[in-house]
Ligand binder design. Structure first.
Ligand code: HEC
Length: 201
């Protein structure tokens, strides 16, 4: 029974292939996809207010290769060595952006204060995320922190895919701000230090 049903289906299928008009080769004049009306890049186009066919990129678009030639910005190195200072303007906006990105991508391991205290750090028994605000990191040139974010370091994965160049410098700026915040507290007179320890989070 099953075999008969199968035979019948096959016959019908094969007949379908021969049915006239099912597989149509398009006539050359019907190739509308190829010949459709379209504008060339520099053609005038009355449809848009500015009369151009080529549309300008949306505001805020960043060219992927924008910093490709600037070794210091794109790679954090200058003539073979790490750049000492962040090579882009250190604005308030940059630091604010850095704080936000740090919270998303770094604080999980290095702690909100950058001191290496976090729930993840407790579990990473093999090699712990370092403190970024004491130990060696404060003495590193800015370019080294940038490279660490770009390429990863030991058990730390790279974050180049998640953080574009400017975001990486923003994070570096925020790491520097965290360090400065700690060292300035230490520079306070003892009475004020005690008060700061009591009142600051
Ligand atoms: C998954 C956890 C994790 C995350 C997330 C993470 N790190 Fe790390 N990081 C580590 C560990 C672990 C080390 C120490 C690696 C080692 O010594 O092998 C480290 C080391 C470092 C160092 C020292 C590198 C050196 O050359 O000595 C810096 C600087 C650093 N991280 C910055 C960052 C910044 C900035 C971010 C956010 C973009 C970040 N890390 C995100 C785990 C992490």
């Amino acid at each position: 029974m099953k075999t008969r049903a199968l035979k019948l289906t096959m016959t019908l299928l094969l007949a379908g292939c021969e049915m006239e008009g099912v597989f149509v080769t398009p006539e050359p004049q019907d190739e509308r996809m190829v010949d459709q009306r379209r504008m060339k890049p520099f053609d005038p186009n009355p449809y848009f207010v500015d009369g151009r066919s080529m549309r300008p990129p949306p505001a805020g678009t960043i060219d992927r290769g924008a910093y490709a030639d600037e070794e210091t910005i794109a790679h954090g190195v200058d003539r073979g060595g790490y750049v000492k200072r962040i090579p882009v303007p250190r604005t308030r906006d940059l630091v604010v952006r850095g704080r936000e990105r740090f919270g998303v991508f770094c604080a999980t391991c290095h702690g909100v204060l950058g001191d290496g205290v976090s729930a993840v750090a407790e579990k990473m028994t093999l090699v712990k995320p370092r403190s970024l605000i004491d130990g060696n990191v404060p003495s590193y040139p800015d370019g080294r922190i940038f490279r660490t974010i770009t390429e990863g370091y030991g058990l730390m994965p790279p974050y180049a895919a998640q953080l574009p160049v400017m975001d990486r410098w923003a994070v570096v700026a925020y790491v520097r701000a965290l360090e400065a915040a700690v060292s300035r507290l230490d520079a306070l007179p003892p009475a004020l230090q005690a008060e700061a320890a009591r009142t600051l989070p």
